[in-house]
Design a protein around this ligand. Structure first.
Ligand SMILES: *Cc1c(COP(=O)(O)O)cnc(C)c1O
Length: 405
């Protein structure tokens, strides 16, 4: 804090980030502390967190069991590199593999790294197992996707903001409309190694594909000898009322890409999870990460898996999601033009007559509720899964008031 000088919140936010490159346009709130579903700003004002760091904070800020796993591990060893083994990685991998019903886990740090890893695994599988001619492997992706920010990943984004001026682009990707399984079938050739899909598109505004889409992709991939890669980085680990969004259709992909909540809201922890016949194509020296699979991350990731094993968070997401759906219902036609909801994850389209998504997010901030707009007119509601029904009701009431402001 700056002595006796006081600044408007917006000024101070700006002031506090004068040395931060402007790759984000944050809301004017400077968070200083957080616990559970509440964040406190530098002036002591409290805000209900309806973003949960894009689902990285599914278990709430500083969940005691996760903090305990972290601090206990800090007393032992934090970082070893994979040049040596550490005694936390195998327990974490074993638990995560079991949660996924798979054989192997390849640990990384960020979501984008998990996506990059999935692409590399798919290409190597394409050459070594499927027999695609060298350098020819292709991956089918969906329009409107968000898989991260690396040069390869933005190469198959169709969001101009994410992509423009960052070329030359990585070749080898074919884009089809989202939600249309026939388009995937039509796009597959002998050179197709994988289909890479978000089971629900998060950044695009919680876009839920038609029922049967994931099942159909599974069938097509089986028939055509193509890998099905599910990017569950935002949709997975409890958010939709199941462990994975693929569970909504009883579908098991060949590779799960996980991140965000896998780090328990504390550390970046990501992973690719698959069976030995696919993930086993990677040999020593071909892929890696200095930090991936470090003991601290593994201890946190193991605790996250343990929290998910009881099904308690999945159940909360289901029940609270139903509660949220009925609370949002009266807003339809009253400032809200559409609501899409899966578990405790809602995309709420704001009627342009009452403002943009950003304007509603700013009005909500003034009312003590933090959300993030996406693609202009949409706000996403994805609170930590530990939120109470009464807190959700209060937040929806603030939204109703913000729409009328
Ligand atoms: C956030 C996200 C990513 C990228 O994760 P980072 O940790 O930001 O690199 C990839 N895929 C999906 C679906 C995401 O939501």
């Amino acid at each position: 804090m700056n002595g006796t000088k006081t600044y408007a919140v917006a000024d101070r936010a700006k002031r506090d980030e004068v040395h931060v490159a402007e790759n984000y346009a944050p809301l004017p709130v400077v968070v200083a502390e957080a616990q559970g579903v509440w964040m406190t700003d530098a002036d002591g004002r409290r805000y209900l967190d309806l973003l949960a760091a894009y689902s990285a904070v599914n278990f709430g800020h500083r969940h005691p069991a996760i903090v305990e796993a972290l601090t206990t591990q800090l007393e032992r060893v934090a970082l070893t590199s994979r040049a040596f083994m550490n005694d936390r990685l195998e327990p974490f991998a074993a638990a995560l593999a079991e949660l996924c019903g798979k054989d192997l886990v390849l640990p990384m740090n960020t979501g984008a790294e998990a996506v990059e890893t999935g692409i590399k695994v798919a290409r190597a599988w394409g050459y070594r197992v499927k027999g695609i001619p060298a350098g020819k492997a292709r991956v089918i992706v969906a329009a409107g996707n968000f898989h991260g920010r690396t040069t390869t990943i933005v190469s198959f984004s169709d969001d101009a903001q994410a992509r423009d001026d960052f070329g030359p682009y990585t070749p080898g990707f074919d884009t089809v409309p989202y939600g249309d399984a026939d388009a995937i079938a039509a796009a597959i050739t002998d050179e197709t190694a994988a289909v890479l899909i978000e089971p629900i598109q998060g950044e695009a505004g919680v876009i839920i594909p038609p029922e049967g889409y994931l099942r159909r992709i599974r069938e097509i991939c089986d028939e055509r000898n193509v890998l099905f890669i599910a990017d569950e980085i935002q949709s997975g680990l409890g958010r939709v009322g199941e462990t994975f969004a693929c569970d909504r259709e009883g579908v098991v992909p060949d590779l799960y890409l996980l991140g965000k909540a896998l780090g328990g809201g504390i550390l970046p922890v990501s992973a690719v999870v698959g069976d030995r016949d696919v993930l086993g194509v990677i040999r020593p020296g071909e892929h890696g990460s200095t930090f991936g699979g470090n003991p601290l991350a593994a201890a946190v990731g193991l605790r996250v898996v343990e929290l998910l094993e009881s099904g308690e968070f999945q159940e909360r997401a289901r029940q609270l999601g139903a509660h949220l759906a009925s609370a949002l219902q009266p807003l339809l036609g009253n400032g809200v033009s559409d609501v899409r909801i899966a578990g405790l994850w809602a995309g709420v389209d704001i009627d342009p007559a009452v403002g943009t998504g950003r304007q509603i997010a700013e009005r909500l901030r003034e009312r003590g509720v933090l959300v993030k707009d996406t693609h202009g007119q949409t706000i996403r509601i994805a609170p930590p899964l530990v939120i109470r029904a009464t807190e959700l009701d209060w937040a929806v009431e603030q939204l109703r008031l913000a729409l009328a402001d």
